[in-house]
Write a protein that binds this ligand. Sequence first.
Ligand code: 0X9
Ligand code: CA
Ligand code: CA
Ligand code: CA
Ligand code: ZN
Length: 313
Amino acid sequence: DFPAGDEDYHTYAEVTEELERAVAEHGDIASLSSVGDSHEGRALHLLKISDNVAQDEDEPEVLFTCNQHAREHLTTEMCLRIVERFTDGYGSDPVVTELVDTREILVVPTVNPDGAEYDISGGYYHGWRKNRDGSGTDLNRNWGYQWGCCGGSSSWPSSDTYRGTSAFSAPETAALAAFVDSRVVGGEQQITAHIDFHTYSELVLWPFGYTYADTAPDMTREQAQRFQDVGTAMAASNGYTPQQSSDLYITDGSVNDWMWGEHGILSLTFEMYPASGGGLDGFYPPDEVIEPETRRNDEAVQILLEEAGNPMP
Ligand code: 0X9
Ligand code: CA
Ligand code: CA
Ligand code: CA
Ligand code: ZN
């Protein structure tokens, strides 16, 4: 469990409960499934929110993923806020209602439930980042676009950025990637936009991470400009700093490079609160910040949902 005083954070069992509650109360617009199982057999929950939720309608699909990194618990709360806002707000909040009616919102609140549960086991924080399959793999270096290409990951299992033995060697990345692959229908990827939430540093980041270059074989000048425009607009709404992810540091095998490079998805990473401060402590802000720091991203989430309807140049 979470340490005393931090009980407002959700354990895996409590995340499951929240999602089941959303479906029980809003079964007309919410349905719960999973993209697969973690190494230890926990369901990687997928909550879909849309009107006519049982049907696969021709509406832009928008994906939100959280908690790839075990200790980044505030991100799980971010995904839960998205679930709560777009279910409880349906029918009363006009913006929410319009977006639920015209989008298919897909939320995976915890990509790494084994790691998250381990991180709080014994009632204290372990500073854990990776999954729990015993390989030492950093999930956010295990994605299959330019995997291990460029010095943005490590070949040492003990490293914080170990890329794994091959792309998608981790069951959690493999399951999520297979789900995204499965959204290619009639030759067209249905998911048009994505945010992967992390902590911390208060940043809005866009691909590519594997190269410092702004343009690349799979990134035209016009496309890079759109990432910059959307990222900058989002950052204006929440006060984060917008930048290409490689401007922070080079990564290869990160989720955004694959989502964009492989599937053409407008895919960004948010690094949430705090902006800086205190090494490991930065991953464990008190639960009092959950409400203000997740609400802070409401407008950016809305911008992504709206942008999901616009074509990529
Ligand atoms: O290193 C990561 O995977 C992310 N940061 S974290 O502190 N949450 O681990 C950032 C990934 C963004 N991509 C690049 N910086 N290239
Ligand atoms: Ca508290
Ligand atoms: Ca629908
Ligand atoms: Ca659809
Ligand atoms: Zn992270």
